[in-house]
Design a binder for this molecule. Structure first.
Ligand code: NAI
Ligand code: MG
Length: 360
């Protein structure tokens, strides 16, 4: 049967950028004989408006059946005052939790044509292509005890960094698997100098590495890693790290490359019956209420997220590269959405026009 995709466009610019991805999916079906079974459903505020919940149980069930979920973005001012239990982002959190998406892949890729957008010097970032693998379901954001407690005559805020060997191992494996598909270089970041969880992290990653003799494994303290990411990011290929360090390092790495409208992501879980990992792909950006409905959102982050799906869920790395090359080419030719306009000005393409030139 055809590979299956659940598309959840969501709110704000989510549906606008997703429309362009749907055109690309149709193109692969028609021109490359790669048909996908696509179903589309509501998530976030759109689902709340229709069903009073940001993720209907039927949608959740579908997400657990398909090969991959593609999500646009959720949220917007209309939903800001809702009770937390029905807020749009709860839909996203439920998907992550029930699909057990423990490995978050955040590439930082700098297209040469956009190197001027980086806050760093052009030669430091031009051609940059690295991937941060962040453990997503454990660590200090989830560890117990947590809370604000009375202690003597003052309060104390407590979070607990907690990692089991199993949690470290599965995150490490997903990073090694990824390194095998890339340049076979992996750098693990923790703070084994001051944290027990860091000592265990380093030990388990090293052990998992014995199953991947071809991968060149290195270790770095995360604070040095932050410095190195800004000083000389091209020394890295794949970086694996925990939830907290990964949150910070991936945001830092993302900004090496310029616009939020360019950044894709993937979240992977445990293997399903067919051996593929459960997966959700989404742009890093949100629903951008400030530009929603104006047809000027940059669809590239969402399109690059689909390229990641082609590569990591559907074993079509060659076709992923085809799509990425098309994007690289139009950027080199000067195609720009409004968010990519430099001070020199020019004419910005609409969301659909950017889709047009990439398809062409
Ligand atoms: P945002 O990412 O939506 O927007 C930040 C800025 O970047 C805005 O000026 C926006 O116009 C611009 N921008 C973002 N994506 C763009 C694109 N594709 N093309 C051109 N410009 C783009 O973040 P913000 O404003 O903090 O949040 C807005 C809403 O989105 C909130 O409700 C927030 O909760 C939600 N959100 C949802 C996320 C998700 O669905 N994964 C992630 C982040 C925020
Ligand atoms: Mg963050």
């Amino acid at each position: 049967s055809n590979p299956s995709l659940l598309i959840l466009p969501g709110d704000g610019i989510g549906p606008e950028v997703m429309d362009q991805v749907v055109r690309v999916i149709d193109w692969f079906g028609a021109k490359r004989d790669m048909p996908f079974d696509v179903s589309t459903d509501l998530v976030g505020g759109a689902a709340y408006d229709a069903h009073g919940t940001p993720l209907h149980d039927d949608t959740m069930a579908k997400a657990l059946q398909v090969d991959a979920v593609l999500l646009g973005a959720v949220g917007g001012p209309k939903y800001d005052d809702l009770d937390f239990s029905v807020k749009p982002e709860r839909g996203l959190l439920r998907l992550r939790k029930e699909m057990d998406l423990f490995s978050n892949l955040r590439p930082a890729q700098c297209f040469d044509a956009l190197a001027d957008f980086s806050s760093l010097k052009k030669d430091i970032v031009a051609g940059l292509d690295i991937m941060i693998v962040r453990e997503l379901t454990s660590g200090v954001y989830f560890g117990e005890p947590r809370g604000i407690f009375e202690e003597g005559n003052e309060r104390v805020g407590i979070n607990t960094q907690r990692y089991t060997e199993g949690e470290i191992e599965r995150a490490a494996r997903s990073a090694f698997d990824l390194a095998m598909k890339r340049s076979k270089k992996l750098c693990s970041m923790e703070k084994a100098n001051v944290m027990e969880s860091g000592i265990l992290w380093r030990e388990v990653v090293t052990r998992v590495g014995q199953d991947y003799p071809e991968v060149e494994l290195s270790h770095m303290y995360a604070d040095n890693g932050a410095m190195q990411l800004v000083r000389a990011p091209k020394q890295f290929d794949v970086i694996v790290t925990d939830n907290l360090f990964g949150d910070i390092l991936s945001d830092c790495a993302a900004m090496l490359t310029g616009s939020l409208g360019m950044l894709p992501s993937a979240s992977l879980g445990a293997p399903m019956e067919n051996g593929r990992a459960r997966a959700m792909y989404e742009p890093v950006h949100g629903s951008a209420p400030d530009i929603a409905g104006q047809g000027k959102a940059n669809p590239i982050a969402c399109m690059l997220s689909f390229a990641m799906a082609l590569r990591y869920s559907f074993d079509h790395g060659d076709e992923a590269t085809r799509l990425e090359n098309a994007i690289e080419k139009v950027l080199a030719d000067g195609a720009r959405t409004a968010d990519l306009m430099g001070p020199e000005g020019g004419t910005a393409l609409s969301t659909t026009e950017m889709g047009d030139v990439i398809l062409a």
